[in-house]
Design a protein around this ligand. Structure first.
Ligand code: IPM
Ligand code: MG
Length: 368
């Protein structure tokens, strides 16, 4: 059974980091019988330039059929003035929505070798292992109405709509509880029920589901602003955090800096299983397209490579292969290799390709 992977490398550093991922996939094909075929398509600004849209219908269809989609990054100043519907981010959001990728898993894990690269003190972040579960297809990102209207009196009005239903809240909470069971068995549900009706509903539904099905998991609730503060004060208090689309966007950026660099963080976006048991899935680094260093060969490929490790774990159910790849990254960091974003005194600075080479060499060595 050939596995079918669609790579949408996107803009900026996307193609460079995804080039290293392709080499890693090649290694797994050759050395571990992974048997994946790869197709490449455009998404984001590059797709807008070629087709006038940020993602084509054909690519969306291909993405739905693929076993896993691997995305690099989208966006850049070049597309600052394109129409809102054609902006690079629209391609990413359409893929999330059309593939119904409602569960976004964003682990924030502090590699021991990188504890000093964090802007926080070593003792605050060392050993950190948080999983942020962000709802990805609802909330203010997609709620209607979403518009700017002219009030005719020299005033305009911008509206976005924060909206959640029972089933949307229950299915994301279910993912969080299931994950917690395989970890430290603790879930922190985050909303702002003190000012938002959708927050009140979130709180009530998570609590209800917990009572019905997950009473053995420890559940606590926190307001989103407090959670942001606690993430920088004492991040190790958290195990799994479950939250909505917008709070998840913000909190996961905060969490990423605890780990040393945005260049380290992978993510998985998982869909609901259809009747045949197939679920769509997309894996992408949390970092963006970094236009300032694009094309210089300096980008850190680790977040993309670790995203592929998540694909091995969650889509292909190859836990041992995922462990091997994560161990290889760990080894390379322990050996002192660093891209510019995680560079520290006394370490060896390398580029994208050299980092890829080192990870491949570590894989071969660990594989015995
Ligand atoms: C993310 C990004 C996206 C988001 C942007 C690029 C639309 O910030 O994946 O966190 O806001 O979801
Ligand atoms: Mg974000």
């Amino acid at each position: 059974m050939t596995r079918n992977i669609l790579i949408v490398a996107g803009d900026g550093i996307g193609p460079e980091v995804m080039g290293e991922v392709e080499r890693v996939i090649g290694w797994f094909n050759e050395k571990r019988g992974f048997d994946a075929s790869i197709e490449n398509e455009l998404v984001g600004g590059c797709c807008y330039d070629a087709h006038g849209v940020a993602v084509t219908d054909e690519t969306v269809e291909k993405a739905k059929k693929a076993d896993a989609v691997l995305l690099g990054a989208v966006g850049g100043p070049k597309w600052d003035n394109v129409p809102y519907e054609g902006r690079p981010e629209a391609g990413l959001l359409r893929l999330r929505k059309d593939l119904e990728l409602f569960a976004n898993l964003r682990p924030a894990l502090c590699f021991a070798a990188l504890a000093d690269a964090s802007s926080l003190k070593r003792e605050i972040v060392e050993g950190l292992d948080i999983m942020i579960v962000r709802e990805l297809t609802g909330g203010v990102y997609f709620g209607e109405p979403k518009e700017i209207t002219d009030l005719g009196n020299g005033e305009r009005r911008g509206v976005d709509t924060q909206v959640y239903t029972t089933s949307e809240i229950r299915r994301i909470a279910e993912v969080a509880f299931d994950l917690a069971k395989k970890r430290d068995n603790r879930v922190m549900s985050v909303e702002k029920r003190n000012v938002m009706k959708s927050g009140v509903l979130w709180y009530e539904e998570v609590k209800k589901l917990h009572g019905e099905k997950f009473a053995d998991v420890k559940l606590e609730h926190m307001l989103a602003d407090n959670c942001a503060m606690q993430l920088v004060r004492n991040p190790k208090q958290f195990d799994v955090i479950v939250t909505d689309n917008l709070f998840g966007d913000v909190l996961s950026d905060i969490a990423s800096m605890l780990t040393g660099s945005l260049g380290m963080l992978p993510s998985a976006s998982l869909g609901a299983k259809d009747a045949s048991g197939k679920a769509c899935a997309m894996y992408e680094p949390v970092h963006g397209s970094a236009p300032d260093i694009a094309g210089t060969g300096a980008a850190n490929p680790i977040a993309s490579i670790l995203s592929f490790a998540m694909a091995l774990r969650y889509t292909f159910e190859l836990g041992a292969d995922a462990d091997l790849l994560e161990k290889a990254v760990d080894t390379v960091l322990a050996d002192g290799l660093r891209t510019g974003d995680i560079m520290q005194p006394g370490m060896k600075k390398v580029g994208t390709k050299e980092m890829g080479d080192a990870i491949l060499a570590a894989l071969t060595k660990l594989n015995g």
